[in-house]
Ligand binder design. Structure first.
Ligand code: SDX
Length: 428
């Protein structure tokens, strides 16, 4: 028998079941509250409200724990590859060698875009942000592939999933090439997933392009670290849009737009621009932190703070470690990393940040690596989207597999005018 919570309203007591997750988290199930009591709950930003039961990713924000299907992010980062992590998140367990070979082959053979996408990207302004371009292109996939739009047909879902994971890097590379006036490069089937992306980004028809293993491995790690993160803003967007029964491409296109926001995935671009601004203004890290504390909107410490982590973001620790290694191997030590380290040291000992439990998050150091690799800052969030894609897909599939599936439709508390009447314009 479930433990019950009691709620007293107007002298009447309502009993609500308490449910417990596999990690001991507890929730009051309010799914029958309005029918029983006529009242609803209110929780702007959903900081206290669970939208679903999920078995994909677990975060303990106080202990700085992150696990994909139960496996600690540190182990996944040390031993896995991005495509293996994509399989783990989407299908629920680590792949066998055959599983991995099959999904790798399928994705490799779907990396090419329909030729009309060259005109699609070519029609965009040169300075189109890659996130706008990728969201539009992903949404347009439903027009090119009407054969895989039914969210309830497993065969159609499978092909849509493989097409998405395969084609998003090609789209991001096309958006980049268009912005710099270079030819869009066709994918190469002999290259692996990350190597192919680097080739499409930096290769040209004029020269052979050699994938640098240091860069390739750094990118593979960054994609792994961004792969999923529970019910964050963009994952919740994919679920809400997906709950209308629209096709997967449309739901993912919405998730890309949500991720673009500077409070969410867009922060990695904001961080590098913040570090470059501190460097170019010649101000000290301490001076910038003081501005951030003063609430100067132009000086928010981007890459710091998190809705869930009130301790270190475990992903940040791994990325920070990789930063030094990659920059040293590339001989690309920049002032930006030093400024980031100074900001972190100052903030972590400053009462303003300590009292608010503001720690560096995944976005704080990732841009330093992207920058050292030669990826332009407006492509950073597109990198985040490529990494987060398997997580969005896994969340969308879990939504459609949920026996309690229903369209997402929050209630509200109305605060507008009570009944009034139409006033003809002559009397206004
Ligand atoms: C991601 O949800 C996820 O899991 C997201 C993500 C994922 O993998 O999907 O982890 C990826 O989005 C990471 C977060 C990237 N965003 C940033 O780095 C932008 C800077 N951070 C903030 O905007 C903020 O910390 C949020 C949006 C991330 C979290 O917002 P919260 O939890 O709602 O915190 P808050 O805005 O209520 O802030 C609490 C206090 C406030 O001060 P007071 O009103 O109490 O005086 O802390 C302050 C804020 O002003 N604060 C900051 C700050 N972040 C919060 N002050 C200075 N610099 C900051 N970065």
């Amino acid at each position: 028998m479930a433990e019950m919570a009691e709620l007293r309203i107007d002298g009447k007591t309502y009993e609500l079941p308490i449910i417990e997750g596999s990690e001991g988290e507890r929730a009051i199930d309010i799914s029958k509250l309005r029918n029983q009591s006529g009242v609803i709950t209110l929780d702007p930003g959903y900081a206290n409200t669970g939208s679903c039961m999920s078995s994909i990713t677990f975060i303990d924000g106080d202990k700085g724990i992150l696990r994909y299907r139960g496996i600690p992010i540190e182990e996944v980062a040390d031993h896995s590859t991005f495509l293996e992590v994509a399989y783990l998140l989407v299908y629920g367990s680590l792949p066998t060698a055959d599983n991995l070979a099959n999904i790798t082959e399928s994705i490799t053979l779907h990396t090419m875009l329909h030729e009309d996408f060259k005109r699609f990207f070519g029609a965009l302004p040169k300075d189109a942000h890659p996130m706008a371009a990728c969201s539009a292109a992903v949404g347009a996939l439903s027009t090119f592939y009407p054969d895989c739009l039914d969210p309830r047909d497993p065969r159609q879902v499978e092909i849509a999933v493989h097409r998405l994971i395969a084609k998003l890097p090609t789209m991001a590379a096309y958006a980049y090439k268009h912005s710099i006036g270079q030819p869009m490069m066709y994918p190469r089937n002999e290259l692996d997933y990350v190597g192919n992306f680097l080739y499409m980004l930096f290769g040209t028809p004029c020269d052979e392009y050699e994938v640098d293993p240091v860069i390739r491995n750094a990118l593979d790690l960054l994609l792994i670290l961004h792969a999923d993160h529970e019910q964050n803003c963009s994952a919740s967007t994919v679920r809400l849009v997906g709950s209308s029964m629209v096709n997967l491409f449309s739901a993912i296109s919405s998730g890309i737009q949500a991720l673009w926001g500077p409070s969410h995935g867009g922060a990695n671009q904001e961080v590098i621009e913040m570090l470059a601004s501190i460097r170019d203004q010649g101000i000290s890290a301490r001076e910038f932190v003081e501005r951030a504390k003063a609430g100067d909107d132009t000086a928010r410490l981007m890459g710091f703070g998190h809705r869930v982590y009130k301790n270190f973001d475990p992903r940040m620790k791994i990325i920070k470690g990789a930063c030094r290694e990659v920059l040293d191997k590339l001989g690309a030590r920049t002032r930006l990393l030093e400024i980031a380290v100074e900001l972190e040291e100052i903030a972590l000992s400053d009462e303003y940040f300590v009292s608010r439990k503001l720690y560096p998050n995944v976005d704080f150091y990732s841009g330093v690596i992207y920058n050292a690799i030669g990826i332009p800052s407006n492509m950073f969030t597109a990198m985040f989207a490529i990494g987060r894609l398997p997580g969005w897909i896994a969340q969308w599939m879990e939504l459609h597999g949920d026996s309690n599936f229903k369209i997402g439709r929050p209630r509200q508390i109305y605060t507008g005018p009570t009944e009034t009447h139409y006033t003809p314009i002559k009397d206004r």
